[in-house]
Design a protein around this ligand. Structure first.
Ligand code: F6R
Length: 261
């Protein structure tokens, strides 16, 4: 894993966006993997700037979101379909027909999950997957004990995830209990993954996932097995990393072209 520690959350967005843009620039029609939540917003803001300045063209990009709530109307402002449209599709001028979100309101959720996994494969796979990390170490909504071989499927959200996401709803009761999420096996097939984390609440999950044993109790630890995983964190999220000084030294010693800032 490549670990990059940034002085602040703004720089996390800038470095991660530069990495994503570099992968996208290598393809005429890149396939992006999108996360929702607060962590990737700075990445999207930076990518938007690059698109506006003509430094990045995503008009031929395809995108797949990681997950969607089950039982929330797609038009609900906090459905991930709405969130992705508002925070990614519109600002980055993506073609809405090429932006995909799991069908959390499908009649047959298992079929919708299998169709989603197939659609990713048929698009040629994800070139670069953007990830946040839950305070319990989840990626997508692969909660602790998720199988490393899992594909897109229905998951039950943990009480911790529902509490963490309550801030997007008026009350805890309104936070859905289930979701459709890409599996860890699905995520691991992306060519590159870029995980971002900001703030001290993420420090235990970052430390366990980066430096702890690979364990389904910390689902993001599966990324230790990914060939091209970049983890970009601010100082607060890096607080539990025992080898922080080493990561700083490695990054500072890289030639200019291998750095993202
Ligand atoms: C969102 C997702 C989740 C979030 C994670 C962190 O699509 O898949 O894994 O990335 O819960 O959420 P924030 O960024 O809101 O702290």
């Amino acid at each position: 894993m490549e670990i990059i520690i940034c002085p602040d959350a703004e720089e996390v967005g800038r470095v991660a966006a530069a990495k994503v843009a570099r992968v996208c620039a290598g393809s005429e029609a890149p396939v992006l993997g999108l996360a929702t939540g607060s962590s990737p917003l700075a990445i999207y803001a930076d990518l938007q700037r690059m698109v506006a300045e003509g430094r990045l063209d995503l008009s031929r990009a395809t995108a797949f979101a990681l997950d969607e709530y089950v039982g929330l109307d797609p038009s609900h402002p906090e459905s991930y379909r709405s969130v992705i449209h508002r925070t990614v599709t519109e600002p980055l001028s993506l073609d809405p027909a090429r932006v995909h979100v799991p069908e959390g309101s499908a009649q047959d959720l298992e079929a919708a999950a299998a169709d989603y996994d197939r659609a990713i494969r048929e698009a040629g796979g994800v070139d670069v997957q953007i990830l946040g990390i839950g305070s319990n170490g989840h990626i997508g909504f692969n909660e602790p004990t998720s199988s490393f071989a899992s594909r897109t499927r229905i998951k039950t959200l943990t009480a911790r995830t529902r509490a963490d996401n309550q801030r997007f709803f008026d009350s805890l009761d309104q936070v859905p209990t289930h979701c459709l999420t890409q599996g860890l096996g699905t995520i691991m097939e992306a060519d590159h993954v870029v995980l971002v984390a900001q703030g001290s609440a993420k420090a235990p999950a970052v430390a366990a996932s980066v430096e702890g044993p690979v364990s389904s109790m910390w689902p993001a630890s599966v990324l230790q097995h990914h060939q091209r995983a970049t983890v970009v964190v601010d100082e607060a999220a890096a607080a539990g990393l025992r080898l922080a000084d080493y990561y700083r030294e490695v990054y500072a010693g890289k030639p200019e072209w291998q750095r993202f800032a």
